[in-house]
Design a protein. Structure first.
Length: 661
């Protein structure tokens, strides 16, 4: 990963508004005031391993206590609490059975508005029955299980059941195509797929079991022994009696207790695939102990979790946010949370606000993309609902622009709710840079400061800190418990991607550019590599290019870049060379739609290019390298000021400037 162009990032945004936390919130906060925050940071600096060991003993239940906190003998393959044993499901469920078995754990709101509730005792029983069912299929510790399910209590039970028996789950977002599912099944060497007949989104049924069947039909999935299907809608599905089993039949006669599989802290809890800058998705592998600790701590620190809270994270379990702040963190803390199946604009754009009103949500965590779309759909709508229960607001997935931040603060939060603008990644396992609601004065659009124990910095290409008022490359200088352990099956790619030679392999490279302001606050500026952030989802340009070129009847070559988008953060722009004459007019519009639909089918709707432009060639150097920086300028409709003398075909630039509407 080259970092040579990233050392001179400058922020053109001047933001001087500062919002101190409310005194009442400070008084009762888990981390109360900036002095408390600074004291924790100082404690970590003074005795780094002692800081983490103390927290791990306080917040996690261990079957066998650990004696070694951090093993850093083989960097970057760090190990935390390695000789301790525990079980993630036990920490989320069993620990609450004596103290609050009848407390509501999950309030599930279906797409059509139907409400279902599950207590901790209910969740424990359902998890044990599913765990026993999985064991009856021969699934054991270390086996990989793909979960391709709708947002539901069943999806969370499936994740917890895998954790209970020591199986490694890999959740695939229900919006991904059969081809994407196929790639992940093969890479993980999965033995089973847990799915549903259909999912409901915005009043529409979307087939899931069909996609699983299509994925298996692509071949090479010989490791799959079972496909377990949850009957969500009752739609007709194809059935292979050698593979297929209904979830309700699997769990029907299973015992209501399943002894947890005690695993060492470094045992993989899950693999979650994220896009890379090559066509091959990266299987991000997380441990059990360190990951679980950080989900608990960030619930208590970032969200100031209280036993009386009703917590709502709107993320799907197919993304890391749904792992850390739907499946694991809230349950390990004994919280009550909302799990929502639908979309924010169905049946109307008041859905989120009505849900907050009806369930008296206290902590609300969503993406800037959702916020921007709701502003567009009805900026005054929140005022029609009683949102007085809210005490903390959060954002995740991408930087939030100051205008959206202010609307969120004023219209949704009534100016009284602090906004925690959280920066983190699939790879980090949990929040890294974020305001603390009872301590940090906030600034619109700034993630503010690292959490205690997180040693972050912004450096230039040589690894030297850039200092206040300047920008550069965001790095983490010390290992932390919830960091990814490796890329599944590819340790060399892990080292090359995250601990590059640019910095002598010492620093974790986040892949984001950032700036320090004069107060030392951090503002995230966006990706420094070829990964796009569309609606909070990281998409590799190479994957989208590969999908376009896979249409071998039409496409000869393709290059994909991003451009800023008011709604989705970044939009996908594709430059395509066809195997036929360059179309114009209606023919061009038809071709654009055909290729958009093709990408949607190959990868999923979120990867669909917003803009496709046709050219007889792409801007290339004489050695054949595509000049992507020129394409980025064209995509943004910027005047090209760069030197184009090295181009083999400079005339092509004018052609590519013409968008196909």
């Amino acid at each position: 990963m080259s970092t040579t162009t990233s050392g001179t990032i400058e922020s053109v945004l001047q933001e001087h508004r500062v919002f101190p936390p409310d005194a009442k919130l400070v008084a009762q906060a888990n981390i109360s005031g900036m002095d408390a925050y600074r004291a924790m940071c100082a404690e970590a600096e003074k005795d780094y391993t002692g800081f983490w060991a103390k927290l791990a003993r306080e917040h996690v239940i261990w079957k066998k206590p650990f004696t070694q906190t951090l093993d850093d003998s083989k960097p970057p393959f760090f190990r935390w609490f390695a000789d301790g044993t525990l079980n993630a499901s036990y920490n989320c469920l069993d620990r609450h059975l004596q103290t609050q078995p009848d407390k509501t754990a999950i309030i599930f709101e279906a797409d059509d508005g139907k409400i279902t509730k599950a207590t901790y005792k209910d969740l424990y029983t359902r998890t044990c029955k599913m765990a026993n069912g999985l064991k009856s299929l021969g699934i054991k510790k270390g086996d990989r299980v793909i979960i391709y399910m709708p947002m539901s209590i069943e999806a969370i039970v499936a994740m917890q059941a895998c954790a209970r028996i020591g199986a490694i789950h890999s959740v695939v977002f229900g919006g991904f195509s059969a081809k994407s599912l196929h790639e992940r099944i093969i890479d993980a060497g999965a033995v089973a797929v847990l799915t549903a007949d259909e999912q409901m989104r915005g009043g529409k049924a979307i087939a899931l079991k069909v996609a699983v069947d299509d994925a298996l039909a692509l071949g090479g999935c010989d490791t799959i022994k079972s496909v377990v299907t949850y009957k969500r809608t009752g739609a007709a599905v194809n059935w292979n009696p050698k593979l297929d089993v209904w979830l309700h039949d699997l769990v029907k006669d299973q015992p209501e207790h399943c002894e947890p599989e005690w695993v060492d802290a470094e045992h993989p809890l899950f693999i979650l695939y994220t896009s890379g800058s090559t066509g091959q998705p990266k299987g991000i592998q997380h441990s059990t102990g360190g990951y679980l600790l950080w989900t608990i701590l960030t619930m208590k620190w970032t969200f100031d979790h209280k036993p009386t809270d009703v917590f709502w994270c709107t993320a799907d379990v197919g993304w890391v946010t749904g792992h850390s702040y739907v499946c694991y963190g809230p349950l390990a803390c004994g919280g009550t949370e909302i799990v929502f199946e639908g979309v924010p604009t169905y049946p109307d754009a008041g859905r989120f606000w009505k849900t907050i009103q009806d369930h008296k949500v206290t902590v609300f965590y969503t993406a800037p993309t959702a916020i921007r779309s709701l502003i567009k759909a009805g900026g005054d709508l929140p005022k029609k609902y009683d949102l007085s229960s809210l005490r903390i607001l959060g954002t995740v997935g991408e930087p939030i622009n100051p205008e959206a931040w202010m609307w969120y603060h004023e219209t949704v939060g009534g100016t009284r709710c602090p906004i925690v603008d959280t920066w983190w990644q699939t790879e980090t396992g949990g929040h890294m840079i974020t305001p603390l609601p009872g301590a940090t004065p906030t600034k619109p659009g700034s993630a503010t400061l690292p959490l205690p124990g997180i040693i972050a910095d912004i450096v230039d290409e040589t690894g030297h800190s850039v200092g206040k008022g300047k920008g550069g490359i965001l790095v983490i200088k010390k290992p932390w418990p919830s960091m990814l352990r490796t890329i599944w099956g590819d340790p060399e790619r892990f080292k090359k991607t995250y601990f590059p030679e640019d910095f002598d392999g010492k620093y974790y490279l986040a892949g984001d550019g950032a700036t320090y302001d004069e107060d030392g606050y951090i503002r995230i500026m966006g990706r420094i590599d070829d990964v796009l952030n569309v609606s909070g989802h990281r998409l590799g340009t190479m994957e989208i290019e590969s999908a376009l070129v896979a249409n071998s009847a039409l496409v000869a070559e393709a290059a994909v870049v991003g451009r800023p988008d008011d709604l989705t953060g970044e939009a996908v722009v594709a430059f395509v060379v066809l195997k036929q004459a360059r179309p114009e007019g209606e023919a061009a519009k038809k071709m654009v739609k055909e290729l958009q639909d093709w990408v949607s089918k190959e990868i999923g709707p979120i990867a669909k290019p917003k803009d496709i432009r046709f050219g007889e060639n792409l801007p290339k150097t004489r050695s054949g390298k595509i000049m992507r920086r020129l394409l980025r300028s064209i995509a943004k409709d910027e005047e090209i000021t760069q030197d184009v003398s090295t181009l083999e075909n400079p005339a092509i630039l004018e052609q590519l400037k013409q968008p196909q509407k």
